[in-house]
Design a protein. Structure first.
Length: 474
């Protein structure tokens, strides 16, 4: 028998021409003229997200594709010319994950904003990455369904950005985070191949869970161009209560009692004294300024008033000096509006903020609050804390004057001190904002050498030239 013939070696392709002109010419071969932006005054607006202390470079161009094939063309071009690519959504992120690097292509997905399908029987929605969270939420409500993840920026943030950072929101204590609602993805890989992961079924365990791999990867492994999202039946309207506490320890005790008793609130939020005063100063909400910690709890159960009464009793047992349940949806929304405006109110204190995102075990919540207060005194800064108390996810917010070099330095140092405290308490450096540029040094501390090595290996397997969102994560 003749010996089997080995396949011929691949013919080496001639090197692609390089330089800005070659890049733009190649891009325009597969994109409409209006989808390629090069005016420096325009592209500068796409250079960064909302994070402080994160460097941003100057992009060579911004591209705004409308179709999957156009995204594939961008990635094939970038790979051929070895040009870095920074995927972006609405740029509402708080870690610098969407920041440009010099000479990169900013790949903005905001024009891919179609809801492709809403299926009430299978309780799924299929959406492109540029769909705004609130738009999707309202669309599925018309079918008697809900899409629970609700980041504070839900009126402007996009589904693709939510997936990239594995974002959370106020309802996480009952309904979980974005990762729990992503069933499947279409992802354009670095070389332009299209990968489909996951499923449309209620169950499925075939192969590695590649869907979860891309959720929270901050655009460093591939570009999400379509998502299959799980939906839930629309819950009843919620009622809320506010409980005033004389100390962070008392408020933390109340959180522990509520969770230990088996309650499942739809929301369990905390604002410290600094945050309460900032909200009052901005909006004259009439919140109790004598409080050291204000706890907000809500239930969307069939009998929320009874659940609120039970939680109110637990708050009083923990030392609450006042418990005020809302009687109507309108009163509840007023309380929740105060929580939603907390970060904006804190920004008004000094003009600039650094928003931390440390998550600790619920049982250590009071220790974190007390530690942040000590850090604020040590660095002579105003630091307000608002928190998704039900899942231990806190947002210590450092208020400072960015024009004061010494104060800005102290702000950055206090931010790092808070992350160190979170790790000491058995927590994590980010619960929902992601790593980006801001926390990549801290990611290495949390993961350890082996963890970093494994993650870099995954990155190298999917993006061997390191073109996707370079300089982020690690």
């Amino acid at each position: 028998m003749p010996e089997p013939q080995l396949p011929a070696p691949p013919v080496a392709e001639p090197p692609a021409p390089t330089g800005p002109t070659a890049l733009l010419d190649r891009l325009r071969e597969g994109l409409p003229p209006e989808a390629v932006l090069t005016d420096p005054d325009v592209t500068a607006a796409y250079a960064h997200d909302m994070a402080s202390f994160c460097e941003a470079g100057k992009p060579a161009a911004v591209v705004l594709p409308r179709t999957t094939e156009q995204v594939r063309h961008v990635m094939r071009t970038a790979t051929a010319l070895r040009v870095p690519v920074v995927p972006q959504g609405a740029r509402t992120g708080l870690s610098g994950a969407a920041n440009a690097v010099d000479g990169c292509l900013v790949l903005s997905l905001v024009k891919m904003d179609r809801i492709l399908e809403i299926d009430p029987v299978n309780r799924i929605a299929v959406a492109e990455p540029g769909v705004v969270n609130a738009v999707l939420s309202r669309a599925v409500e018309e079918h008697g369904l809900s899409y629970p993840p609700d980041p504070s920026s839900w009126e402007t943030c996009t589904i693709g950005g939510n997936i990239g950072t594995a974002s959370g929101g106020l309802c996480c204590v009952k309904y979980g985070v974005t990762a729990e609602y992503v069933l499947g993805l279409d992802v354009v890989l670095a070389d332009g191949r299209l990968l489909t992961t996951g499923r449309r079924t209620a169950k499925g365990v075939a192969g590695y869970d590649l869907t979860r791999l891309f959720v929270g990867s901050e655009g460093s492994l591939g570009v999400v161009v379509k998502a299959v999202l799980a939906l839930r039946p629309r819950p009843p309207r919620q009622l809320a209560l506010a409980a005033e506490f004389p100390s962070a320890a008392a408020a933390g005790d109340a959180v522990c009692r509520i969770m230990a008793e088996g309650h499942t609130p739809s929301l369990l939020e905390l604002m410290d004294r600094t945050t309460v005063r900032a909200v009052n100063a901005m909006a004259r909400m009439g919140l109790p300024e004598t409080t050291e910690a204000l706890l907000l709890a809500a239930f969307d159960t069939p009998d929320p008033a009874a659940d609120l009464a039970a939680v109110g009793a637990l708050c009083e047992a923990a030392g609450a000096t006042g418990v005020v349940p809302a009687d109507t949806e309108a009163e509840s929304e007023l309380l929740l509006a105060a929580r939603r405006m907390a970060l904006v109110a804190l920004e008004a204190v000094k003009g600039t903020t650094m928003i931390d995102d440390v998550c600790v075990p619920r049982s250590r919540l009071a220790e974190l609050l007390e530690g942040v207060e000590e850090i604020a005194a040590r660095y002579d800064l105003t630091i307000g804390v608002c928190a998704h108390a039900g899942d231990g996810n806190t947002h210590p917010t450092v208020c400072f004057d960015a024009t004061d070099a010494d104060e800005a330095r102290r702000a950055r140092e206090s931010f790092d001190a808070i992350m160190a405290l979170g790790l000491e308490l058995g927590g994590t450096i980010t619960g929902e904002h992601g790593v980006g540029v801001l926390k990549k040094e801290w990611l290495a501390r949390e993961l350890g050498p082996t963890g970093v090595e494994v993650q870099r290996s995954v990155k190298a397997a999917l993006d061997p030239y390191g073109l996707l969102n370079p300089g982020k994560l690690f």
